[in-house]
Every structure is written in C-alpha cells, then in structure tokens.
Design a protein around this ligand. Structure first.
Ligand code: PMP
Length: 290
C-alpha cells in the first residue's frame, strides 16, 4: 500500500494528492513549511517546530486554518496511518489558490498538506569521515529583503547555494552575508569550535533559528561547553579546531574541509563526535510520543 498524505482536511493516497496550478505556493513560493523528524515513535521537539511554523506564517501574514493543537493531531494521525516509527515529516502551508496576480487577498483559503515518509539518511561515511564544503558565490538573503528566519517556500536563495555546492562536487556550501560574514549552509546551521568553545553566527546576519542548533547548544552546556553567538568571517571557519553543521535531516555532520583547506586535523573532531552521540540519545527521548 502506498503512502497516505494529509491534504486540506483529508487523508488521501499520495499519488492522488495534487494542488492547483493557481496555488500561490507554486506560483510565487508564497507559503511556509517545516521539516520534522520522528525517532522511534517520538516526534522530536514537535512543539518547537509548530511554534516556528506559526511564527513564519505570521511573519508573512498567512493565517493557518487550524490551531496548533489540531495541527499536531493531524501530524500524529498521518504518521499513524502510515505506520511509521522513524520518519521525516514535511508540513506545508501555502497562501492557497488565487489568480495570476500577486494579491494574497485573492487567495481565500490556505492549502495545508502533511507528508510523512521513511527518512533518507546521509551516507554514514559523512559522519565517520566528515564533509568537505565550499563557500557559495551566492550570498544569503539579507534579513531586510526576505528574512531567512522565515522558513518560507521561497528557497531559491538556498537552491542557488546548493547548485554552487554541486558544481564544486560537494554536498553543502557555506553561505555568507552581503557583508561577507559566515551565515549558514544551504540547509543547515554552522558551528565552529575554537579553544574548546562553540561559536555559531548571531541570527541578525540572516540565518534560520535551527531547532537542532538550539538542542546542540543545550547539550554542549550540559557538558560544560559554552556557546558564543559570534560574527565570523570565512577565515574563522578555516582556522577553527573543529566545525560541524546541524539540521533536522543531517543531525550533526562534521565538516573537515572548506574550499580545499583542512579544518583542524581534517578529520571529525572529538567534541563534534561527543555532541553527535549526545544528540542521538536525546532525539528519541525529547518530543511528542504517539
Ligand atoms: N538553515 C536552513 C536554511 C534550513 O533549511 C534548515 C533546516 N533544514 C536549518 C538551517 C536547520 O534547522 P533545523 O535544525 O530546525 O532543521
């Protein structure tokens, strides 16, 4: 049996789940989304993901046609219908069907869908050997244009960054701000470790407030490791002792090389490995059970 998805109030077969070509999510990237994970029937930090979804929607003045509690129920129901224990969950809310103009008032009802599927993990070798990355030529959106804090469907900035990575033969690219500061990768936040301290860029430079990032900061604190939100230039990454990326899909991925320059020893660092182990322990134990 194929997967069922939630679409506008109904559970239907994935192959029959379609949205209109006049949906502004498609025409203009006018909508918001979340990527969430379930670990052994526990949805990791679901409340935080829903909070971020509703905050993103509010930032683009999009009204989600159900409250958070109902939304949470629909996510859980989708997981149960598909009998998934470990899953990747994609939640999307678009402005809905309108006309060919930009005017969001023409969209009378938001489109809501939830897809749950088996999680496709990055190959294990990335966790064991670390990831090489490059610096993208594409600069991250400035917060005063389209704030990267909003997890919107308008991901073209990130996709252009990803194309830079693909062109260079690697999986991820580091995106800098207009002023050349380190911001984040195309789908992950970045941390560096220098002299035993974690550093991650402040959100004002234009990054998403990552839920994995926040979990890592808490885990580090428990181990007595401080985190600084610090403005960094690319040299700070090159000269770091360790570096890693965080994200829902990636969890914690060590970065060992940037633009062909080794970071630290050029192998995943000790603190990175410890935090990854801590994160995996936390992941199945911190969220909503179903
Ligand atoms: N930055 C960007 C641009 C992202 O798309 C994501 C999510 N994949 C992240 C950071 C990481 O956020 P989270 O840990 O909440 O998944």
């Amino acid at each position: 049996m194929g997967l069922k998805v939630f679409l506008n109030g109904e559970f239907i077969d994935e192959e029959n789940a379609t949205v209109s070509i006049l949906d502004h999510g498609l025409l203009y990237g006018d909508g918001v989304f979340e990527g969430i994970r379930a670990y052994g029937k526990v949805v990791f930090r679901l409340k935080q993901h829903l909070d971020r979804l509703y905050e993103s929607a509010e930032a683009i003045r999009l009204e989600i046609p159900m409250d958070k509690e109902t939304f949470q129920g629909k996510i859980i129901e989708t997981l149960k219908i598909n009998d998934l224990k470990d899953a990747y969950i994609r939640v999307v809310v678009t402005r809905g069907v309108g006309d060919l103009g930009l005017d969001p008032r023409k969209c009378k009802k938001a489109t809501v869908f939830i897809i749950t599927d088996k999680i496709k993990l990055y190959p294990n070798e990335f966790y064991e050997n670390g990831l090489p990355i490059v610096i993208s030529k594409t600069r991250r959106n400035h917060p005063r244009t389209l704030n990267p804090k909003i997890k919107s469907l308008n991901y073209l900035n990130n996709i252009l960054g990803k194309i830079d990575a693909i062109d260079a033969g690697v999986e991820e690219a580091l995106m800098l701000s207009i002023n050349g500061e380190v911001v984040e990768c195309t789908g992950d936040n970045i941390f560096v470790i220098k002299n035993g301290e974690l550093c991650t860029p402040p959100y004002e430079v234009g990054s998403l407030e990552g839920i994995t990032q926040k979990a890592v900061i808490e885990l580090a604190k428990k181990r007595g490791i401080k985190t600084l939100y610090k403005n960094m230039m690319p040299e700070d990454v090159c000269n770091a002792d360790e570096c890693f990326l965080t994200g829902t899909a990636a969890e914690i991925i060590p970065v060992v090389d940037i633009d062909g320059r080794k970071i630290g020893e050029g192998t995943p660092g000790k603190i990175t490995k410890q935090l990854l182990a801590d994160f995996r322990e936390l992941a199945g134990a911190d969220g909503v059970e179903y």
